[in-house]
Design a protein. Structure first.
Length: 314
């Protein structure tokens, strides 16, 4: 039997992989941080709430629905909001502020929906958790197995897409130099739109699994945003693979670090859990701005490798 603390850490890390990968992808294609990213997870949470509590269906049915809703919303943001502002010559700062505005609007809509459900249907629509509705396999909660499988499929799928498909090569070209890629015949707008579509879908998919293990509320996405930022920065904001690694490292560190500090100092430490990803983010920005990927590339430039460090030449 896996200890509950380890399950918490792995679960959270799996979800952060889905979220941080999408955040980094949109940053690479649009060159702006998407502050509305966490609201995609909020949409996914309330899709699961609707499917399970209102429609009385299996909560896992919400996963594909959440992915489609999040993907549609992500494409809408890029085409209608970002695209329109770009046509009028908006700066990167203006585009970043626009994502903040979208985040506030969507958060308000989620709160209105939560209030409506609680008032009209007499259902608890804040701080809900559906662990009791999950299945078990070999003594392990289903959401742990599903989230781990999704994280693994994401890593394999992205690697295959980026290295083996024409669209993946076009995406890499767009990330490296969008102007040059456009000259060479790459449809940069299509690549960017699909990137935002994938981002929204993955984030909402992660959000749809959250209530099966953690408490869900309109503000849950806001709290997770700090961890998403830390994951992307730790991995290297310019690398999708780095974001995956950063998501896992931050997820494990945040949960296990909080438990260790609670054991040493007391339960009051749990209220300051977000200080862990914030501290990691500050240290990385000060000491290694390019994250783990930058450190590895620096080692390679100096002719070093992990193998040479672990097994130095005699």
């Amino acid at each position: 039997m896996i200890p509950p603390v380890i399950m918490d850490a792995v679960m959270y890390a799996n979800l952060l992989i889905l979220l941080s990968t999408g955040f980094t992808l949109t940053y690479l294609t649009a060159k702006i941080p998407n502050f509305a990213h966490a609201t995609f997870a909020g949409i996914g949470m309330y899709v699961t709430f609707t499917v399970f509590r209102i429609w009385k269906l299996d909560p896992y049915i919400a996963a594909p629905i959440a992915f489609l809703m999040g993907a549609s919303f992500g494409a809408f943001i890029y085409v209608v909001v970002i695209g329109t502002l770009k046509k009028y010559g908006a700066t990167l700062i203006s585009l970043t502020i626009s994502t903040l505005a979208i985040e506030i609007i969507v958060l308000a809509i989620i709160n209105i929906y939560a209030d409506y459900v609680q008032t009209s249907l007499a259902l608890i629509s804040r701080w809900f958790m559906f662990r009791y509705a999950d299945f078990e396999f070999m003594g392990q909660p289903g959401v742990l197995i599903v989230s781990t499988a999704l994280a693994g499929l994401l890593i394999i799928g992205f690697h295959f897409m980026l290295t083996k498909t024409r669209f993946g090569i076009q995406m890499r070209a767009t990330v490296e130099d969008s102007a040059l890629a456009s000259v060479l015949g790459v449809n940069v707008e299509l690549v960017s739109t699909v990137s935002w579509l994938l981002t929204g879908g993955l984030a909402a998919l992660a959000g749809s699994l959250l209530p099966l293990w953690l408490q869900g509320s309109p503000l849950t996405g806001e709290r997770i945003l700090i961890s998403i930022f830390a994951s992307s920065i730790l991995g290297g904001i310019s690398s999708i693979y780095g974001a995956m690694l950063g998501g896992y490292l931050i997820g494990l560190t945040e949960v296990l670090g909080t438990v260790a500090l609670m054991s040493a100092l007391g339960s009051w430490v749990s209220a300051y859990r977000l200080l862990i990803p914030l501290t990691v983010m500050a240290i990385v920005l000060l000491k290694a701005p390019r994250g783990v990927v930058g450190i590895i590339e620096g080692m390679q430039a100096r002719g070093l490798s992990l193998r040479s460090i672990v097994r130095p030449k005699r």
